[in-house]
Design a protein around this ligand. Structure first.
Ligand SMILES: *Cc1c(COP(=O)(O)O)cnc(C)c1O
Length: 363
């Protein structure tokens, strides 16, 4: 018995699930998580909030997550300088669920989305899951999205949704705000800006563009800079009408009382949680410099990872790094790999391993 015996949707036959390998190695630099765990004080605060929530678990949680939206709105306002109201914030189980809700509301059968690749593979997969046609356009040779690239993609496909990831996973490159503004003017569809790595970037957030742009949505997460990948909390920032649209498709009580409690606790400690961002950008820049010295092509990254090329065979390099107990990411771009900035020790382990492999293969 297998999938072919089931009355599965035709468009899902022959497809494979999302699968970053979860291997048991010493140094895991493959999923862009924050390597530092929340501090003892933050853990204590989370435990207290969750304990209080536990006593009320006989009841369904706040369907509209009002308190959490208020805390997220304050955090975004403080980070971006834009006065964001709780009405314009919508949290879900990871930004992946936010993206899925956006696709349920604005995509679906007979509708299309465009993305600029290489980019975050889940954009394509969430389109597939929601029956939305996904059309990929290539980035420039330096992995940028220019206004010209975006405008010709929009003119050709006339999409209902445009995905832009900035800083972009896997390349780390950013899209200028004026390009986003031009792209917005060129489409009548929704523009989804995925800012999962915003806190690692020196540039301004697309939240600063929201005023007067009803079809713009900025999607962010607590999974990366804020050390909470395991908590599954992401959120959209948009104009209120977009949040109204998401409420039409979300499942009732989608965000558990425990998750809301974890988010509220964590957002009382954002300064502390963000403490490691500077350290991680130091490690990122160290990786970039060292890879350049080894002769690889390195792309300027404003995230917590580095994308590099110039590998004769990236699968071979990936395997050799695994042999050295270092896990990086092969995103399927020939000759390229992505490595997450780790702790100083993890970064040392990666740099030593790749230097040794590079030396050995040039002998
Ligand atoms: C890691 C990542 C996310 C985060 O997804 P969550 O569901 O919030 O954990 C979203 N977008 C991009 C581009 C990412 O790299």
């Amino acid at each position: 018995m297998g999938l072919t015996d089931l009355p599965l949707r035709d468009d899902l036959h022959g497809q494979t699930p999302y699968g970053a390998p979860q291997l048991d190695v010493d140094v895991r630099l493959n999923t862009n998580e924050n390597p530092f765990s929340p501090s003892a004080a933050v853990v204590a605060s989370i435990t207290e909030h969750v304990g209080a929530a536990a006593a009320g678990l006989n009841r369904y949680p706040d369907r509209d997550a009002v308190a959490l939206r208020g805390a997220l709105a304050s955090y975004v306002s403080q980070r971006t300088g834009v006065a964001v109201s709780p009405d314009g914030v919508w949290p879900a189980n990871g930004s992946n669920e936010v993206l899925q809700q956006l696709l349920q509301a604005f995509g679906g059968p007979g509708r299309s989305a465009v993305g600029f690749e290489p980019s975050y593979s889940m954009h394509r997969l969430i389109c597939r899951g929601t029956g939305t046609d996904y059309v990929a356009y290539p980035r420039t040779a330096s992995f940028d999205v220019t206004a010209a690239v975006a405008q010709s993609a929009i003119a050709e496909t006339r999409p209902d949704i445009v995905f832009l990831c900035t800083p972009n996973n896997p390349t780390g490159t950013t899209v200028e705000l004026d390009v986003i503004a031009q792209l917005y003017d060129a489409t009548s569809g929704m523009v989804i800006v995925d800012e999962a790595y915003a806190e690692f970037s020196a540039g301004p957030s697309a939240v600063t563009l929201l005023s007067g742009r009803e079809r713009l949505v900025v999607v962010r997460t607590l999974s990366k800079a804020l050390e909470l990948a395991g908590a599954r909390i992401g959120y959209a920032v948009a104009n209120r009408s977009v949040v109204d649209a998401l409420q039409l498709v979300r499942l009732p009580y989608h965000l558990s009382a425990v998750t809301q409690a974890v988010g509220l606790a964590a957002l009382e400690h954002t300064a502390e949680l963000l403490h490691w961002v500077d350290e991680l950008t130091v490690q990122r820049d160290r990786i970039a410099r060292a890879l350049e010295e080894l002769g690889y092509d390195v792309y300027a990254s404003e995230a917590n990872f580095v994308f590099f090329g110039g590998l004769a065979d990236q699968q071979k390099m990936w395997n050799k790094l695994v042999d050295a107990s270092v896990l990086v990411r092969d995103v399927g771009v020939p000759g390229h790999l992505r490595v997450t900035a780790g702790t100083p020790d993890e970064t040392d382990a990666f740099l030593e391993a790749i230097a040794a492999i590079t030396k050995e293969s040039s002998e």
